[in-house]
Design a binder for this molecule. Structure first.
Ligand SMILES: [Fe+2]
Length: 296
């Protein structure tokens, strides 16, 4: 299978690169598609959503649905071939997580997603084992924060492209199987999760599509201690701190949602309106969005 992400095939890479840059969305308004009911998309709504995902691995939908539940998210995802939910240990039983500030004491409080703090650039599930990689997710906003809580979003294929253009050794270093290690996590019962080493960039052998694992966190992550990796990580950090038009900034409002092939994203800190706390539903999947393989 020919893939543009093969470091030894410059011809295919360059062809893909030209196509990607010509079609990638740089105007955030163009990422947004208005839809009626996420549970039952019309053919033209579905086509418009898929078109954005093919170009930029993500789309933001703005729906008119007021009454939503976990089922809505599941029905929305299945229209894009997304059915294998990652049931992480904090997800509710059906694998869809309510992301909201947790008032309870306990495990949830120890994790930034369930606080109102900022979350640095990352892809979801970067700490998951290789057989449970998150290739796509849906984030649906039921209630936005009183203030703040914006997201920045960047297509991970564009991040790859920019890094490869500036120095192919950055990609080589970030593709090493020991580039990034998540140390073991322990709780009072002992080791709750074993250490996970893996690459930042990897290519799915079946589809040829690019997968990215990344976090800008400096705690709970250990980078390979060689010059090549350090330089590559610094270059990626600089890229994410830049004001490239490929970095989108937006805030999900009630009824809006993000569907993406696990692109790079962050979250600004926020403060809740006590009567209407921020609430998002999040569904993470092992599949990529159907029909979005990188075309060459
Ligand atoms: Fe995330």
């Amino acid at each position: 299978m020919q893939t543009p992400f093969d470091l030894d095939n410059t011809t295919v890479y360059l062809r893909w690169r030209d196509h990607k840059l010509a079609h990638a969305i740089t105007d955030t308004n163009e990422l947004v598609v208005e839809i009626n009911d996420p549970r039952a998309l019309t053919a033209s709504e579905h086509a418009a959503l898929l078109e954005r995902c093919r170009r930029s691995n993500m789309v933001i939908y703005a729906s008119r649905t007021g009454n939503v539940d976990e089922d809505m998210v599941r029905q929305f995802g299945s229209q894009f071939g997304l059915n294998s939910l990652d049931a992480n240990w904090l997800a509710d039983e059906d694998g869809i997580t309510r992301v909201t500030v947790s008032a309870e004491e306990g495990q949830r409080q120890a994790y930034i997603p369930y606080t109102n703090r900022a979350i640095k650039w990352h892809t979801d599930g970067y700490y998951n084992p290789p057989d449970r990689q998150i290739r796509s997710f849906v984030l649906h906003c039921v209630q936005s924060a009183g203030q703040g809580g914006e997201n920045r979003l960047m297509d991970h294929e564009i991040a790859y492209l920019m890094l490869r253009d500036s120095n192919i050794d950055f990609i080589r270093a970030l593709s090493a199987p020991d580039a990034m290690t998540i140390p073991e996590r322990t709780d009072e019962d002992g080791v709750a999760r074993v250490a996970q080493s893996g690459p930042v960039f990897s290519v799915d052998p079946a589809s040829g599509s690019l997968h990215m694992r990344y976090t800008a966190r400096t705690r709970s992550i250990v980078w390979k201690q060689d010059a090549a990796t350090q330089k590559a990580v610094a270059a990626l950090e600089m890229l994410l701190a830049s004001d490239l038009p490929h970095i989108h900034r937006m805030r999900l409002e009630p009824g809006m949602g993000l569907l993406c092939n696990n692109v790079l994203h962050d979250r600004a800190e926020f403060s809740d309106d006590p009567d209407r706390p921020r609430l998002l539903y999040r569904a993470r999947y092992y599949e990529r969005i159907a029909d979005t393989s990188s075309r060459i």
